[in-house]
Ligand binder design. Structure first.
Ligand code: ATP
Ligand code: MG
Length: 419
């Protein structure tokens, strides 16, 4: 029965404070969603003896253990060796993994070095966990009778893919006979964690249900889990409805979707198109939009108009507007969104212009002042936003606010179209 897990994050970069251990947080969150409790999270450097110590602790405390890091080809990557030693197993080369590695190198025109074969070595008896986004696969072994150890790549993006595609489905399958769990996730934006907590405080959860938050600026994820037999589904449905009622359009998705995916879906459904005029975000919103496969069916293009001259030249903003009101103003934002909409012939034009800092702020227009404007078929509107923090954070917040406002506009339009 899988009830308790131990997470092992390894690498000198973690114990020296150079890299933040985000892997264990992400794993803990997914485990919780799968109904598994985390007994402990251990952070260990690249050291054989300490790794052996951690494996012993994991075996004591957990029904399963999930480790990350140290699977690469270099000398400091010693995980596989140490795990094999712990289990008293030989290392065995997996021919098909070796083959795939060689093919990958050849396909990319990178010269092959023999140390890469290290990534094709696994403790004998291990099942291989494919790495869909990188080179080093992970593995699953029996840690001790009835206990399972998973080892995944340290690269967060690779770790996430392996966790979601292999580990969690395996755990869910293994737990099927056990008392079940129903869970769902909401993606929320426009609220702080404390405000979200406050808004949801009237929800009566009872014995079986639990709400958990995960804040990842500027997003919040809210997970509802209902454990136990009987009326689990009914309880989940009722609570979901209550949460939806309270949070309304602060919820932008149910399930693990991004804001840009939702915006894309809405544009596609309505057969509408979008173009952007970006100043302080420097193309970041366009990047978010075009990261989604198939975005060409609704995204026309963008102009990154950073200077005043570019705003005049590419978007047709009149120099007098900028002269009189400034580049960061309602008037300039309106002229930018109108300009890009007309230039590109898209259904919507969206513009942002603001001060991301660290310099350029004034008492009237402090750092973080951002005007966002949406030009649509019926009207062109602009809104003032204020963000706080460093440059990167302001850019991120701006991109999110712009996409979220666009989402709300598109949702309202969809409702109008339907009725
Ligand atoms: P590679 O094949 O790239 O060597 P690996 O499985 O050996 O992968 P590591 O070498 O330990 O993994 O780490 C790869 C990268 O992932 C490093 O940039 C490291 O900073 C990052 N990383 C490792 N562990 C974590 C973690 N727990 N949280 C966040 N980032 C991590
Ligand atoms: Mg490595």
């Amino acid at each position: 029965m899988i009830e308790q897990a131990v997470i092992l994050s390894t690498g000198d970069e973690l114990t020296t404070g150079r890299v933040l251990d985000t892997n264990s947080t992400a794993i803990a969150y997914e485990l919780q969603g799968a109904g598994v409790q985390v007994a402990a999270i251990l952070k260990i450097g690249d050291d054989k003896e300490k790794l052996l110590w951690a494996l012993r602790r994991a075996d004591e405390l957990g029904d399963i253990a999930i480790g990350t890091g140290g699977l690469g080809p270099t000398a400091d990557d010693l995980t596989t060796e140490v795990v094999a030693h712990f289990l008293g197993k030989e290392l065995k080369q997996d021919q098909s993994v070796a083959q795939v590695l060689k093919q990958r190198f050849a396909a990319r025109g990178i010269s092959w070095t023999e140390n890469n074969l290290k990534q094709a070595l696994f403790p004998s008896g291990a099942a291989i966990i494919p790495n869909p986004v990188g080179t080093a696969p992970g593995f699953r072994v029996e840690l001790s009778p009835g206990k399972t150890l998973f080892w995944l790549s340290g690269v967060p993006q690779e770790m996430t893919a392996m966790l979601e595609q292999s580990v969690i489905p395996w755990i869910t399958e293994a737990r099927k006979e056990a008392p079940g769990i129903t869970s769902c996730m909401f993606k929320v934006t426009g609220l702080t964690e404390s405000r979200l907590d406050e808004l949801l405080s009237p929800v009566v959860l009872g014995q079986q249900a639990k709400l958990s938050f995960r804040a990842h600026y500027p997003d919040l994820s809210l997970r509802l889990s209902v454990i136990g037999g009987g009326e689990r589904q009914e309880i989940a449905d009722r609570l979901k409805q209550e949460i939806r009622q309270i949070l309304g359009s602060y919820i932008y998705a149910e399930g693990d979707l991004t804001l840009e995916e939702i915006v894309g879906q809405l544009l596609k459904e309505n057969q509408q198109t979008l173009s952007l005029a970006e100043s302080c975000t420097g193309g970041y919103i366009s990047h978010r939009i075009t990261r989604i496969g198939g975005s060409s069916s609704y995204f026309v293009g963008s102009a990154i108009t950073y200077s005043n001259e570019a705003k005049v030249h590419f978007l047709g903003v009149s120099p007098e507007i900028i002269e009189r009101h400034g580049a960061v103003s309602r008037e300039t934002a309106l002229a930018m969104s109108k300009g890009i909409r007309e230039q590109s012939g898209s259904t919507y034009g969206l513009s942002v212009t603001g001060i991301a800092g660290p310099t350029g702020g004034t008492p009237e227009k402090p750092i973080g002042t951002v005007w966002i404007s949406i030009a649509g078929p019926e009207q062109t509107v602009a809104r003032l936003f204020r963000f706080h923090g460093e440059r990167e954070r302001i850019i991120l917040g701006t991109s999110h606010a712009a996409l979220n406002w666009l989402r709300r506009t598109l949702e309202e339009r969809s409702i109008l179209n339907v009725s």
